[in-house]
Ligand binder design. Structure first.
Ligand code: ZN
Length: 144
């Protein structure tokens, strides 16, 4: 099994293969504010920084708030359009994610989604590059 490397190593964890589970790396200030991604400048809410900021792992699960088609390529060899969503994490912060679905038919706002690791290529040392994509964990609400 070849080594895996995160496409954005500061943003999510990569467990030993073949697990596709991941946690997001967020931050918490000593006043208890959570934010993602961690910022060098410190807490977005109260401005604490340095030793007052702790890097923590956030569950990669939440609620889909919005989604949109993009015409960028999702991964090498794929012809599927890229679908971008905004997810409100259960931990609080909201973030933009790539949705690991072929089209928007199975998506609805308010749907439960979770992040997992997806192979997106290989680096110059033949390590597999993985990224964190999100996908629904429940069926979409019927359109109405
Ligand atoms: Zn704060």
């Amino acid at each position: 099994m070849s080594e895996r490397v995160a496409k954005r190593p500061t943003l999510f964890t990569v467990p030993p293969a073949p697990s596709t589970e991941t946690k997001l790396r967020g931050a918490r200030c000593s006043s208890g504010h959570l934010f993602f991604p961690p910022q060098q400048i410190g807490c977005e809410v109260c401005g604490l920084y340095g030793d007052e900021i702790e890097i923590i792992e956030l569950d990669a699960s939440g609620t889909l708030q919005s989604f949109a088609l993009s015409h960028r390529q999702q991964r090498p060899g794929s012809t599927a359009p890229l679908i971008i969503g905004t997810v409100a994490l259960d931990a609080g912060p909201a973030l933009e994610v790539v949705l690991d679905v072929d089209d928007t038919a199975g998506l609805s706002c308010g749907q439960r989604v979770a992040g997992h690791l997806v192979d997106v290529g290989e680096d110059e040392s033949s390590r597999r590059i993985v990224d964190c994509f999100f996908a629904p964990t429940e069926p979409a609400e019927p359109a109405g």
